[in-house]
Ligand binder design. Structure first.
Ligand SMILES: [Zn+2]
Length: 265
């Protein structure tokens, strides 16, 4: 491609980009700048998940997988948008978990090992699908300036795993740590995902106090060997205090919920 044609090509992308910029509102009422369609970001999430399934071993423990799917089903049952979810347990000692646009949930066996109650798994899944519902990947892709490329030509960024745009896209989706690319969620996004997660788990009939126990368990893992999950989901006493501040309404929702899931590891 000549310089002139290349330049025209990118101008066309820029035009498409500007044409799709929209102001959205997050589930907690926060104004967001979203510069691509859900279809485009969902396609990226599905591609990223396919790649993770190729790269990381999938657990063959059917009992464990059934348990994780049981908890995930209870949470996604109260998810406010119509979405089919694929749930995969990855065999890896890393304490890690993620959810991707396009309806994908991945839980690592290393994450399950630090949990002492199914409510803690519900808290992780609620938090992760909270990121998806609030379109945090779209926001992060927009901030990284990757929108034009990803938006105009879906799938293009996934063609070259060595390209910076590919690695940044994976980071924006929250799974870039595999490649050494870490893009921490902002405090705003973390608080928002916590708020949504707490509400989802309470409505699904899991004791919301287990969210606090989860983050206490996560905090114990700190130190020199900081897990990936902690890099993308920075945790500290502020998070736990913020969760405790929301516990009153969450407990009320939990008490009113007529669901009491019976998912056992
Ligand atoms: Zn998070």
């Amino acid at each position: 491609m000549g310089t002139f044609r290349a330049s025209m090509f990118f101008h066309a992308i820029l035009f498409l980009n500007l044409a799709t910029v929209s102001c959205a509102t997050s589930p907690t009422g926060r104004k967001q700048l979203i510069t691509q369609s859900d279809e485009q970001v969902n396609a990226m999430g599905v591609s990223a998940f396919d790649e993770m399934k190729q790269k990381i071993s999938i657990s063959k423990d059917m009992k464990l997988t059934a348990y994780v799917r049981c908890v995930a089903d209870e949470i996604t049952r109260v998810y406010p948008e119509t979405q089919d979810w694929e749930v995969v347990v990855f065999e890896s000692p890393e304490p890690n978990a993620f959810a991707l646009p396009g309806g994908k949930i991945g839980i690592y066996t290393g994450m399950l090992k630090i949990m002492t109650d199914p409510g803690q798994l519900a808290a992780v899944i609620g938090h992760e699908v909270g990121h998806v519902w609030a379109r945090h990947s779209s926001e992060r892709l927009s901030e990284q300036g990757l929108v034009a490329l990803a938006g105009a030509i879906p799938g293009l960024v996934f063609k070259d795993p060595n390209s910076k745009s590919y690695q940044l896209s994976m980071a924006a989706l929250g799974v870039g740590t595999q490649l050494g690319y870490i893009l921490p969620h902002s405090r705003t996004q973390e608080t928002e995902a916590d708020t949504i997660g707490l509400d989802l788990m309470s409505r699904a009939g899991f004791d919301p106090q287990q969210a606090v126990e989860l983050w206490k368990n996560m905090a114990k893992l700190g130190g020199a060997q900081q897990p990936q999950f902690m890099s993308t989901h920075p945790s500290n006493s502020t998070r736990i205090e913020a969760l405790q501040a929301k516990m009153g309404p969450a407990l009320e929702t939990y008490r009113k919920s007529n669901r009491r899931p019976n998912c056992r590891p």
